[in-house]
Design a protein around this ligand. Structure first.
Ligand SMILES: Cc1cc2nc3c(=O)[nH]c(=O)nc-3n(C[C@H](O)[C@H](O)[C@H](O)COP(=O)(O)OP(=O)(O)OC[C@H]3O[C@@H](n4cnc5c(N)ncnc54)[C@H](O)[C@@H]3O)c2cc1C
Length: 321
């Protein structure tokens, strides 16, 4: 559906007026998603709204559903490749960023709204001497995106740190789930099921709780600094989506891609990083289509050279030919 052209003008005007009433200047038409992804790529969203609270997130999703408009929740856009044609329907950019801490009998619980920056949460924990999330230092996404993809690094992941998550289910009721109920596995969760790839969300992460251990601020900060240094030394700077492919069991996608001779390969404005073969870096003028072609070329070369069929880690979203 093309929201802008497929509806009678009067109905469209009424929908736009209703969203403007709730979201004012945060509501935009034909917003280029390249402004909101870490790759700097992606065509326009028909309609786009930035929400800054959990209530706003629920309201935008509910309003869209009432108007039969498909919606898709965007975090920091650091694990998605949005097509050059963009997304039909509503994109809800989640900036609900509240974070609070409380003690329970076992330690400290960080309660984070789903639009909070994961890296900022790590820094807040470190300055309070709270251990348990240092592994996530430098991951450039939101807490919600991290839960959906079970983000992980340095031998740990969301599944091992998360205590509880509040979800807006497909029936628009908010429910609390234990981490064990989220079907977490390597870079995946039950929340991805139901994703169409067209850019339509079915369940929305609203809030999260992480279980932390009191420790020394100096020690946690030193661990965070060590992880950040490691990232700077092993990962390229520049516009990217992080790792393009998942590591196959017992191996590393980057190692296989290096072995297949992919380092520095370029298609148009997109290059396989000479530093880390599993990172593609987008330069000025790059397109999402070029990234997709480079992904296909990489997949075939690794299959032919290494007899391994890689699985994409980055999610392809939107209208593709
Ligand atoms: C330089 C770089 C380094 C990276 N390093 C790592 C790493 O070490 N480990 C790792 O795991 N990843 C890494 N990534 C990938 C990425 O940062 C993570 O996967 C991150 O958790 C994605 O979060 P996001 O907010 O950007 O999600 P997005 O890319 O915005 O969205 C990802 C998916 O989650 C969905 N989503 C987001 N928020 C919500 C919500 N509130 N409710 C429902 N669905 C939602 C989206 O609809 C989409 O399907 C890296 C990326 C970059 C660019």
């Amino acid at each position: 559906m093309d929201l802008v052209t497929d509806r009678p003008r009067t109905l469209l005007d009424a929908i736009v007026a209703r969203f403007r009433e709730s979201f004012g200047d945060e509501f935009l038409l034909d917003e280029p998603l390249s402004r909101h992804t870490s790759s700097g790529l992606g065509g326009p969203a028909d309609v786009f709204v930035t929400v800054r609270s959990v209530e706003g997130l629920v309201e935008a999703a509910t309003l869209a559903a009432r108007q039969a408009i498909p919606f898709w929740v965007l975090g920091a856009g650091s694990n998605v490749l949005v097509s050059d044609a963009g997304i039909r329907g509503l994109v809800i950019r989640n900036r609900a960023q509240g974070v609070t801490f409380r003690h329970d009998g076992l330690g400290v619980i960080a309660q984070a709204e789903s639009g909070a920056s994961l890296s900022a949460l790590v820094r807040q924990c470190a300055s309070r001497g709270l251990a348990g999330l240092a592994w996530a230092a430098g991951i450039p996404g939101t807490v919600g995106g991290a839960v959906v993809g079970n983000a992980g690094a340095h031998g740990s992941d969301v599944a091992s740190s998360l205590r509880m998550v509040r979800i807006l289910d497909a029936d628009f009721q908010a429910r609390d789930y234990e981490a064990e109920q989220m079907g977490f596995c390597y870079r995946d969760s039950a929340l991805r099921q139901g994703h169409t790839g067209q850019g339509h969300s079915s369940r929305v992460v609203l809030e999260t709780e992480f279980q932390l251990r009191p420790g020394s601020a100096g020690e946690v900060e030193a661990e965070v600094a060590r992880i950040m240094t490691d990232r700077k030394q092993t990962q390229p700077a520049g516009a990217s989506m992080g790792c393009m492919f998942k590591n196959p069991p017992g191996d590393s996608a980057g190692r296989l891609m290096d072995q297949a001779g992919l380092k520095s390969l370029r298609i148009g404005g997109v290059q396989v990083s000479p530093i880390h073969a599993n990172f593609f870096v987008a330069t000025e003028g790059a397109t999402a289509e070029e990234v997709k072609k480079l992904m296909a070329e990489s997949w075939y070369r690794v299959r032919d050279h290494c007899d391994v069929e890689l699985e994409p880690e980055v999610e392809l979203i939107g209208d593709w030919d």
